[in-house]
Design a protein around this ligand. Sequence first.
Ligand code: GLC
Length: 425
Amino acid sequence: MTKHFDEAYRILAANDRGGYTVPTDRLYPFQWNWDSAFVAMGFATFDIDRAYRELERLTEGQWADGMIPHIVFHQPSDTYFPGPDVWRTSHTIPTSGITQPPVFGMALRAVHEAAEKAGTENAKARTLALFQAGLKWHRWWYKARDPDGTGLVALLHPWESGSDNSPAWDIALAGVPTTTDTAVVRKDTGHVDAAMRPRDEDYRRFIHLVDTYAVCGWDPVKQWEKTPFKVAEVQTTGILLKAGEDLEHIAKSLGLEAEAQELANYNDLTHKALLAQWRPELSRFVSRDLISGEDIEAPTQAGFIPLLGLDLGGGMVAAAVAEMKLWSNGMKVAFPTTKPFVESWEPKRYWRGPSWAIINWLLIDGLNRNGQPDMAEALRVSTIDAIEAEGFAEYFDPTTGEGCGGLGFSWTAAAYLWLSRKERT
Ligand code: GLC
């Protein structure tokens, strides 16, 4: 056991670039948004100061309008495409122009509670500053990405979902042209097997979207009008709701009543909107393509992430759990990010089937919240076993358990530390 803890610490130390952690060397050489939130929770289990630092460095990239970008380019590197010259944003520290799932609020609560427990110096002031950044970001989500006040937030780029290459995007992405103003010079396929990465054609669509938004000067109102890709998404909205609850909890504990009320209002609205995305015939939640007005029925893990922020009634929980068991049945490592054996299922290609420790982490929390401790425990143990067998890979082939993608991955190390924290204390 101890051997793996040491390895997890070593990976986080090796990926440290000065108060922030890169996801892995070379393939992802900058600070990524939701990766850092998971990493901060990993640090919270043994180094609270460093946990705060991770979040503080992420907020250095926050835009004036409140958005926290998906990448902060603190230092240059030529091993990744698209870099700052493609994004053409205007923040002082170069950043990308899109965002990622707001795990930040969940991380802040975890770090804050660990600090309170340990009696860490300055904890309250550090929490307060980060809370203000988190609140600003949640306001941005509701204003920029839900201008009609539906309670569901929309993504304007598949990369904003964190599940970049998911079959959930196939239909919506097919409507995005493959033409680009920017030369597409992929770097990812120089680091890992092309069979595990997105297709070239889709890469051109990803860059088409970046070009479109750069021409809008990254103005959210113009982007909302011009975009050919707009999806009200349940994984991100489920995370937003849970993070919103966590920020509300922090606001109350800091005596910030107006802020707590503001967050409670957002959370109520989103709670209702997410529940309306449940589809009994599919036993899961579905996203909506706002361009076509259609439900997105592709069977992906996103359909179960809302458990994280909802307390479902018995019938719904039983149906969701039965469906999750069906997907996991016969898999060496759950939880597959695409339903096994459907046409789009590819157990090694990223986000089209593989199991990810951080997705399992979110599902485990959702299952525990909804009174399913046995299934949560089985998933926790299987995640830990997979890492111990194969190392700290980016993700795992669910059929064989093989570690795939990048190696020495920060969020896999963080997930390992977090999910086994009870064993260590
Ligand atoms: C990939 C993943 C994304 C992650 C990033 C860095 O792009 O799809 O979720 O944040 O790698 O690990």
